[in-house]
Design a protein around this ligand. Structure first.
Ligand SMILES: NC(=O)c1ccc[n+]([C@@H]2O[C@H](COP(=O)([O-])OP(=O)(O)OC[C@H]3O[C@@H](n4cnc5c(N)ncnc54)[C@H](O)[C@@H]3O)[C@@H](O)[C@H]2O)c1
Length: 371
């Protein structure tokens, strides 16, 4: 198959869909890989590395779009890229079609096969192409909290780990899923006092087994949260109820009860946030202070570390990409039915139920009846 990768054009997006090592894997399997010149620079991969891995470097992105059968990207295409679609093209990337009617219509009109990272669900119901970004956001949340606790940012002016003879920081993590567990790992590693709060007793049991006496687990009730955050130096918001709005567990009234200069990192902000006082911020202007509490609410945290993010993402996307390239999409689905769950558009129809529900006027079909 002829596979391509272009430079991401979304503002501040430095990740790239294929690494030189990925190119090597596709080339070793007998595929041709076309890479736009400079596509990997934001993640620290040079054209020379891609060429050495076996890629053909193409200066004009339009030429890459035109020639390839499968385009591997990171973010959804933007309107300037819609005219570059062609019938039968497999677009393998994060698509997020539900809030994006313009893109959905463009994919259908051009009969592009949209294979979305975010809906690919493994047999154990995990979402393997979302997990790496949650791992990164979780680990990064503590790194950011440590930074914004510094006085010059409005923080309390304390060191997370303290030093002998000084108190360690108290970190409260709301939601102990992938983000929360990864935040916990770093926080525990740095020697902070960690309390993790979840609504799932099973999850708390798992965390208790994992971290033992180094953490405190608490069942999620308003009373427990209020008590825990009152003495917190850092609060991490990492709650998710799949398919529903994030509950606002971190109430505005708690801010007044906390120490001025404490830091709240609302990782869940991409789903609305779990703080009543949260509003989306960006890497250019990541924090604001309300009632003395430093709020960090960046919706695309992994963008701060594009090299790690690219490697982590492509570690997860490569194996499905290789299967699609080896057998063609249809046969790849039959051999590994997990791939069906990623197909959001096919032959001019919406094929993912969650997206179809958003667009009752657009044509939709059951992918299992089409392939
Ligand atoms: N800002 C970013 O850049 C970024 C990056 C990755 C993920 N995220 C977001 O982080 C959030 C968490 O993602 P995840 O992958 O860890 O999800 P997850 O499903 O693995 O974990 C969510 C956890 O929240 C718990 N929970 C649900 N309701 C609760 C409640 N009322 N009280 C306490 N806990 C509750 C669940 O039991 C689960 O353990 C999501 O909103 C995700 O979109 C943001």
């Amino acid at each position: 198959m002829r596979i391509g990768c272009v430079k991401e054009i979304k503002n501040n997006e430095f990740r790239v869909g294929l690494t030189p090592d990925n190119v090597k894997a596709y080339a070793a399997a007998g595929h041709e890989v076309l890479i736009e010149c400079g596509a990997g620079l934001g993640s620290g991969f040079t054209d020379e590395e891609y060429a050495a891995a076996g890629a053909q470097l193409i200066p004009d992105p339009a030429e890459v779009w035109k020639q390839v059968e499968m385009m591997v990207k990171v973010k959804e295409p933007l309107p300037s890229e819609y005219p570059l679609f062609h019938e039968g093209l497999i677009l393998y990337t994060y698509l997020h079609l539900a809030p994006d009617p313009e893109q959905t219509e463009a994919l259908l009109a051009a009969k592009v096969t949209g294979v979305a990272y975010e809906t690919l669900m493994e047999r154990d119901r995990s979402l393997p192409l979302l997990v790496p970004m949650s791992q990164i956001a979780g680990r990064l949340s503590i790194q950011q909290a440590a930074k914004y606790l510094e006085k010059r940012f409005g923080g309390e002016g304390i060191l997370l780990a303290g030093v002998p003879g000084t108190p360690k920081a108290n970190i409260v993590i709301l939601g102990g899923g992938t983000v929360g567990t990864n935040a916990c790992k770093i926080a525990v590693g740095m020697g902070a006092n960690v309390t993790i709060i979840d609504i799932s007793l099973k999850r708390l049991e798992y965390l208790d087994d994992l971290f033992g006496s180094r953490i405190q687990t608490l069942y999620s009730t308003d009373a427990n949260i209020e008590k825990a955050v009152r003495d917190a130096d850092v609060v991490i918001g990492s709650v998710l109820i799949p398919g529903a709005a994030t509950p606002k567990l971190f109430k505005k009234k708690y801010l007044k009860e906390m120490r001025p200069g404490a830091v709240f990192v609302d990782v869940a902000i991409d789903q609305g946030g779990c703080g009543e006082s949260s509003r989306v911020t960006s890497h250019d202007d990541p924090i604001f202070i309300e009632e003395g509490i430093v709020h960090y609410c960046v919706g695309n945290m992994p963008g701060a570390v594009p090299r790690t993010s690219t490697i982590a993402l492509t570690n997860a996307t490569l194996r499905y990409g290789l299967q699609i390239a080896a057998y063609g999409l249809e046969e790849a689905c039959r051999r590994n039915p997990v791939i069906y769950s990623a197909i959001n558009t096919y032959d001019g129809k919406i094929t993912y139920p969650g997206v179809a529900e958003c667009y009752p006027d657009l044509e939709s079909a059951d992918i299992h009846e089409l392939i």
